[in-house]
Design a protein. Structure first.
Length: 294
């Protein structure tokens, strides 16, 4: 049967999240994770549904895309469909034509998994490599050491509940200059189905200040989990808190049953890469987005 492009609607998001969960496995190429949808869910279920695209054949979802921005599509493909010619060709066509309702006109970007046929076709069709990302992975087979080790000061880790959401959102805004993460958006995120297997962690220094935060997303037992996002308060940097909260995130994912922990950052953010490596993450080969300028 033919490939069908769809928009799931809020009622269909659970099916897309379920497909993404199913496709995660250790040593797989980095691609869209259910936690990526979970983090986007801070804008609400309707907005998340409006940003999701699915490609299906005979009722089965073969690819899921998230429009992180109108000009940026982040893509995941079922493991057995990575080299599917019909799917790859349909994806190329849908990405190239703004009238198809995926990407806008003008300069656009696609994040596609390494080794997928669609990536080969886009590259040979004139799409160019853009700024690279660095994926990192930490194996969680063995227990994770004390999250506070390695920091210059002790750090207490707490799991954020609704009563402490304002602390989590405040650290986020103090960590990222352009952050719009509010208490209302935390509640919207926490109401999403991916957050059923997620946690927000906040780290406190020995004076009781909230100095770092991270959100971790499980894809289910035996599957890799995701850190998205992690930040250190701008007034408390340089004390090892980034490493400590990252190790705490790995420990939390292991308790949730994850087989490994994943994170990605812009390769140009050398400080973030160094922080994740210091927390026991292994740096993987860079993956550039693909760019088309019409």
């Amino acid at each position: 049967m033919a490939i069908v492009l769809g928009e799931p609607g809020a009622d269909g998001l659970s099916e897309a999240v379920g497909a993404l969960r199913e496709w995660q496995y250790d040593e797989a190429p980095r691609q869209l994770h259910p936690g990526d949808l979970g983090w986007f869910w801070r804008f609400g279920a309707e907005a998340t549904a409006a940003a999701v695209r699915t490609w299906s054949r005979d009722g089965r979802i073969l690819a899921v895309g998230l429009l992180d921005e109108p000009a940026l599509l982040r893509l995941a493909i079922a493991p057995d469909a990575q080299r599917d010619e019909e799917l790859a060709q349909r994806l190329v066509e849908d990405l190239a034509e703004p009238d198809r309702g995926v990407l806008t006109a003008g300069r656009v970007y696609v994040e596609a998994p390494t080794g997928a046929l669609v990536r080969d076709l886009l590259s040979s069709g004139g799409w160019n490599a853009d700024e690279p990302w660095t994926p990192l992975r930490r194996d969680l087979t063995e227990p994770v050491k004390d999250p506070a080790s390695g920091s210059q000061h002790s750090m207490r880790i707490e799991v954020t509940g609704p009563e402490q959401a304002h602390v989590r959102t405040a650290v986020q805004r103090a960590s990222f200059a352009n952050s719009t993460f509010t208490d209302e958006r935390w509640r919207a995120m926490a109401a999403g189905s991916p957050y059923a297997d997620a946690q927000c962690l906040v780290g406190y220094d020995d004076q009781g200040n909230a100095v770092a935060a991270v959100t971790v997303w499980s894809a289910g037992p035996g599957k890799p989990g995701l850190l998205e996002p992690m930040g250190v308060h701008r007034d408390h940097r340089g004390h090892g808190y980034g490493k400590a909260i990252t190790v705490a995130a790995a420990a939390a994912l292991r308790e949730l049953g994850s087989s490994s922990a994943l994170v990605s950052t812009r390769s140009s953010n050398v400080g973030a890469v160094a922080t994740y490596k210091s927390a026991g993450f292994r740096q993987l080969p860079e993956i550039p987005d693909l760019c088309w300028a019409a």
